[in-house]
Design a protein around this ligand. Structure first.
Ligand code: AMP
Ligand code: GLY
Length: 430
């Protein structure tokens, strides 16, 4: 099989690493890839948003399967374009990707199909939103409707902060057109959980549950980022809880999307809050999570290329996915200043020393410059470590992080720490 992976993050690096393990895969191209991907894939200088160019490349190289990482090309219809040319591609169509590209659409969809989520209101007018907020009990959450790289949901604790945030989104257009509408919703309390499932529109195969750490600083302080680290599996997720999420969330979502004339194939990602009243959906994504994928795929035993092809062919025959009986912890190293402004082009040392048995480094914002790996983005890389218990996996991941250095590197020091102390806030198992 000849595979094209679209995207340039650590998620695409781990996808490439895992796809390359398949005996069916003879060649992988990465468009555009990053500074660490070239030992498994040939890099192609086409950006993820350049859909026509990508389709031309796939036709020219007789690509058997294209796997799309990021949400932007999915929301712009890359799957529709490839399918119209008879090219096989893993991911949802533009119509199905709306579950991520419009949070307002997703909330109304959840209401219609009785999928548990936080109570909300949608506004396309700032004054109406402002009037509504004035009466609302603090804290609450203000969200931009469209795509905002994981940064478009803001929890506000004071009236001033609420007004300021609304102005940033709807007047200053901090997230551009994504701020044409806002969702104002109740703040949920509980433990967050990411559950991703492969689906061909009929069968649903859950991946191992994982937990992301979205805030930039330890103890979940500071602004949200794309994700600063993750681990899997999540100790508090019992088989019963996972079953209830499949019944309450995935089954109605997949059925509902089909009923709306938007059948979904690819990977559906439910960002959940496990509250005292059961699981509630914070958001849906129409793709693999980042950094969740970096900790899920090293544990997966099945052949990913076969699975992705089966999804693309809408012929998923596998009954259940198999995972190693290990924990995987991934710590993101970011450029100082991220998610705000940061420097690029900083030399990275220690990459080889950090990789040992059971420990992997997946690149994101990196480039090769004169034979040296340098930083080129906000989230620079994810260091992942596997062990048969969570404590050892955490220790090994941080040992890897300590071996890597670049100026102003920032990473959270508490990835998976709460889980390893087992201090979950859940007052009862759901
Ligand atoms: P979203 O972009 O909707 O995934 O939100 C990003 C992050 O904001 C989530 O992962 C949560 O940490 C937080 N968040 C969003 N909505 C809520 C909510 N209703 N209650 C509590 N936290 C939330
Ligand atoms: N880790 C959050 C996301 O992929 O959206």
């Amino acid at each position: 099989m000849r595979i094209l992976v679209i995207g340039s993050g650590a998620r695409e690096h781990v996808l490439t690493w895992k796809l390359a393990q398949s005996e069916q895969v003879e060649k992988i191209y990465a468009a555009p890839g990053n500074g660490g991907i070239s030992n498994k894939a040939e890099r192609i200088p086409i950006k993820a948003g350049d859909m026509e160019e990508l389709a031309r490349f796939a036709e020219e190289k007789s690509i058997d399967l294209t796997v799309v990482g990021p949400e932007q090309p999915l929301s712009k219809g890359i799957v529709d374009l490839f399918q119209s040319k008879g090219l096989k591609i893993f991911g949802p169509t533009k119509k199905a990707a709306i579950i991520e590209s419009s949070k307002a659409w997703a909330k109304e969809f959840m209401s219609k199909y009785h999928i548990p989520t936080a109570p909300y209101r949608i506004f396309d007018n700032k004054d109406d939103a402002s009037d509504f907020m004035a009466e609302l009990q603090l804290p609450f959450v203000i969200k931009a409707d469209g795509l905002a790289a994981g940064k478009g949901a803001i929890i506000v604790h004071t009236r001033e902060e609420a007004e300021e945030t609304l102005k940033d989104i709807m007047v200053e257009r901090k997230f551009g057109e994504a701020g044409n509408r806002v969702i104002i919703e109740e703040k949920l309390e509980g433990e967050e959980l990411s559950l991703l499932a492969l689906t061909d529109g009929k069968s649903v195969l859950p991946l191992i549950p994982s937990q992301d750490h979205k805030a930039i600083y330890d103890d979940d302080e500071g602004p949200n980022t794309g994700g600063m680290g993750a681990y899997a599996p999540v100790p508090f997720v019992s088989g019963r809880l996972q079953e209830s999420i499949l019944d309450l969330v995935f089954e109605p979502a997949i059925r509902g999307l089909a009923q709306e004339g938007r059948p979904f194939k690819g990977v559906l990602y439910a960002g959940l809050m496990i509250t005292d009243f059961g699981p509630k959906v914070i958001e849906f994504n129409c793709r693999f999570g980042d950094p969740e994928t970096q900790v899920i795929l090293p544990l997966l035993e099945n052949d990913l290329a076969e699975l992705c092809l089966a999804v693309a062919n809408q012929d998923l025959q596998t009954d259940e996915l198999k995972f190693k009986d290990n924990y995987c912890v991934g710590v993101v190293m970011a450029a100082g200043g991220y998610p705000g402004n940061y420097e690029k082009g900083l030399p990275i040392q220690g990459l080889l020393k950090a990789q040992t048995e059971g420990r992997l480094v997946f690149h994101a914002g990196t480039e090769m410059k004169d034979g040296q790996v340098v930083t080129s983005g906000g989230r620079v890389l994810t260091v992942c470590a596997m062990a048969d218990n969570l404590q050892d996996a955490i220790a090994s991941a941080y040992e890897g992080v300590e071996k890597i250095s670049f100026d102003n590197a920032h990473f959270r020091k508490d990835i998976a720490a709460r889980a390893s102390r087992r201090k979950f806030k859940l007052s009862r198992q759901v």
